[in-house]
Design a protein around this ligand. Structure first.
Ligand code: TXA
Ligand code: MG
Length: 310
């Protein structure tokens, strides 16, 4: 605990000085900086090699602080009450006098905001007098980081400080919902669409139209280990890595379980870790057993499909 406290102080020290710090969240690690500072936010984009036109998510500890920056609406308040803090990101209208840097929003009049649940992230956010802009802590289009070791794997010594919060519990990015006009899902994620539809009392659709949204984060190639991936495979080739979700009698050294009993939560948590380790082992192709297209399986299949686009 003391260790945690002094690491949070250290993070605050670097963030106050306008540097980037990697922070743990329950979904994936974020590469964070002061969302009110142009210079600090610019450093995130440089480190990640992220296109400037891909806006970032701003992280808050509570509603009171958010009110300075966004217009809150009824649907937001319903979902906030039920799911926050948690793995959900809201697109809201930016207030005219908001201090959020234009580099975060790419000069748009909307902003993505989120309240992470991870205790260490919350403890840090409560100590700051600005919110944190934080895209996932990985080089643009590569696999998201779910542990401090993954962050180091991505950035080496280039980041001033990595705040250790252990392994991310969910292991998949937050669900993104656009609440600026008619609610719609922009990214599948840690909260299942059906649960959101139920609470709002409407049937939410996943809008995956890359044409309509020019945000690279929702683009076709993403979350990618840059190794070709084949989906819905029963029998893999001899020399390719094979990702499985159900225990088999006979296993080979190229088999990688993300769960042994079709537990999709467990599969989600292990997905990025497994892709990273397959890459480290220098496999040239990956095949994946069929994963049911329901609940978190939808999110997992979405990530695999994007990762398999070349
Ligand atoms: O779980 C998560 O959401 C993690 C943790 C660190 O919070 N963050 C994350 O950030 O996944 P990132 O930058 O990798 O993904 C943010 C996504 C991008 O696809 C971006 O295009 C979208 O949010 N986004 C940001 N602002 C937006 C806006 N105003 N309208 C539509 N999409 C937006
Ligand atoms: Mg990302």
């Amino acid at each position: 605990m003391n260790n945690n406290l002094s690491n949070i102080k250290k993070s605050k020290f670097f963030l106050d000085k306008g540097h980037c710090v990697a922070i743990p969240t329950e979904t994936v690690y974020g590469l964070a900086a002061n969302a009110y500072s142009d210079n600090a936010v610019k450093k995130i984009y440089k480190l990640k090699k992220r296109p400037k036109n891909n806006p970032s998510i701003v992280h808050y500890s509570n509603l009171k602080k958010l009110k300075n920056d966004c217009e809150l609406n009824k649907n937001f308040l319903i979902l906030y009450k039920k799911f926050c803090p948690g793995p959900i990101t809201f697109i809201l209208k930016l207030k005219k006098n908001s201090k959020i840097s234009n580099y975060v929003t790419n000069n748009k009049n909307t902003v993505a905001i989120r309240f992470p649940k991870h205790k260490v992230a919350r403890d840090l956010l409560k100590k700051l007098n600005y919110p944190l802009a934080a895209p996932s802590a990985n080089i643009s289009t590569k696999i998201s980081a779910v542990s401090p070791e993954d962050v180091k794997d991505e950035f080496g010594e280039k980041i001033k400080f990595v705040l250790n919060g252990g392994r991310s519990r969910i292991g998949l990015e937050s669900t993104i919902i656009n609440l600026v006009s008619k609610p719609e899902i922009l990214r599948l994620g840690g909260i299942e669409i059906n649960r959101l539809s139920k609470v709002l009392g409407l049937k939410l659709k996943f809008n995956n139209s890359v044409k309509k949204f020019t945000y690279p984060g929702q683009g076709k190639i993403h979350y990618s280990p840059h190794i070709p991936i084949r989906l819905n495979i029963r029998n893999p080739k001899k020399d390719e890595a094979f990702i499985l979700i159900k225990k088999r009698k006979k296993i080979d050294k190229n088999f990688f379980y993300i769960t042994k009993n079709k537990n999709l939560k467990e599969a989600g948590k292990n997905l990025y870790k497994t892709l990273r380790s397959i890459k480290r082992k220098k496999y040239k192709s990956i095949s994946v057993e069929k994963i049911p297209n329901k609940g978190l399986g939808l999110t997992i299949n979405d990530r695999l499909k994007r990762a398999s686009n070349k």
